[in-house]
Design a protein around this ligand. Structure first.
Ligand code: CMP
Length: 218
């Protein structure tokens, strides 16, 4: 738990005190943790696996806000702003999460203001990223957005291998399209074009990035 940026500043004693309030949650692939609109009373830290945060349009289309991996946290908005969950959370892979009740976390934040600062840092980073995604939706074409989404996934989930940077994002083509905010066909076309140029290789629920500089330029 103290490998997560949110709690890494805590000493052993404080981590022990925190652990007393933590309950572990295990999810199978595809299992839902909560839905958009639910009442929220917990913050979660991903310990193992990947989880997606998703919003549903009235016509049933889905927008994937983010895919989170180990060390990342979610479910904090309803801590400060007690309103329904702003997104649903679904396991992309088998997951192990640490759940912390908002009622336990509030007094903990008062006793350990460094955790509050880390929480503000995480929120600022998220706002910065959201602003960028919004600007990209207006100013950047779909291939550019696909390249950016892959680079973001590579930064968090990439592992250097013999033939390139292996990015096991664990997303289906449909989910990748929902993350980029475009149709599956357009996103697939962009991926096929990148592959034809030799910038990456497409694998099942993964890509291997072969030329990261070209992808960055795109
Ligand atoms: P909460 O509203 O309690 O439950 C859904 C969670 O999704 C929310 O808290 C945030 O932790 C997370 N979330 C909401 N919007 C975004 C976003 N744009 N990017 C990443 N995570 C988000």
């Amino acid at each position: 738990l103290n490998k997560a940026p949110l709690f890494e500043a805590l000493d052993d004693q404080a981590t022990k005190a925190l652990r007393a309030h933590v309950s572990e949650v295990r999810l199978a692939r595809g299992q839902s943790l909560f839905h958009e609109g639910d009442t929220g009373d917990r913050l979660y830290v991903v310990l193992e696996g990947k989880i997606k945060l998703t919003r549903m349009a009235p016509d049933g289309r889905e927008n994937l806000l983010s895919v989170l991996g180990p060390g990342e946290m979610f479910g904090e908005l309803s801590l400060f702003d007690p309103r329904p969950r702003t997104a649903g959370a679904i396991a992309v892979t088998e997951c192990r999460l640490a759940g912390l009740g908002h009622d336990d976390l509030r007094p903990f934040l008062t006793a350990h203001p460094e955790v509050g600062v880390a929480l503000l840092q995480a929120l600022s980073e998220r706002l910065r990223k959201t602003n960028e995604v919004m600007a990209d939706l207006v100013f950047t074409d779909v291939p550019g957005r696909v390249a950016k989404a892959l680079l973001d996934l590579a930064e968090r989930f990439g592992q250097p291998g013999d033939s390139g940077l292996h990015v096991h994002h664990d997303l289906t083509q449909e989910e990748l399209a929902q993350l980029v905010g475009a149709s599956r066909e357009t996103v697939n076309k962009a991926l096929a074009d990148f592959a034809a140029r030799g910038w990456l290789r497409i694998e099942a629920r993964a890509v291997v990035i072969l030329d990261i500089e070209r992808l960055r330029k795109r």
